[in-house]
Design a protein around this ligand. Structure first.
Ligand SMILES: [Cu+2]
Length: 144
């Protein structure tokens, strides 16, 4: 750790690009939801996401989806590796960032800040808009 701090190598966060980040609008009674995004690694070294936090939720975590018999179940991911020039994809029906224990009901269009912890000890902060997955965007934006 000390060596990493003393070295002049650039932080992994500088190599990571976030695309298509959004948070699913959940029904007001639900106290959890999921966030989705693509994390693209433009660097020449692999990077690991080792945790995630979100200030609108009591806890957050990376989850995978898998089939258990004939139903989909979620399981926590302790880390997600992103190869050099590769990407990690969090998308509906697949891996996602779970936001558990929402502190207030989210509103469409609200920006939610999400912080990934990286394997070099740095943080990667992004903000993602809350979107209603059931409605088309084009029609929806005119209604506000
Ligand atoms: Cu989940």
């Amino acid at each position: 750790m000390l060596l990493a701090l003393l070295s002049a190598s650039p932080a992994y966060a500088d190599d990571l690009l976030i695309e298509d980040a959004w948070v699913r609008l959940s029904p007001p009674v639900a106290d959890s939801t999921a966030a989705y995004m693509v994390v693209r690694n433009t660097g020449s070294e692999s990077v690991k996401l080792t945790g995630v936090a979100c200030d609108v939720a009591d806890s957050a975590g990376m989850h995978a989806m898998r089939m258990d018999g004939n139903r989909m179940v979620m399981s926590p991911l302790s880390e997600v590796g992103i190869p050099a020039n590769g990407e990690a994809r969090f998308s509906p029906g697949g891996s996602h960032v779970m936001l558990m224990g929402l502190k207030h009901p989210l509103k469409e269009g609200e920006m939610v800040e999400i912080v990934f912890r990286l394997s070099d000890g740095e943080n990667l902060t992004l903000s993602a808009p809350v979107r209603d997955m059931r409605a088309g965007h084009a029609q929806h934006s005119g209604m506000h």
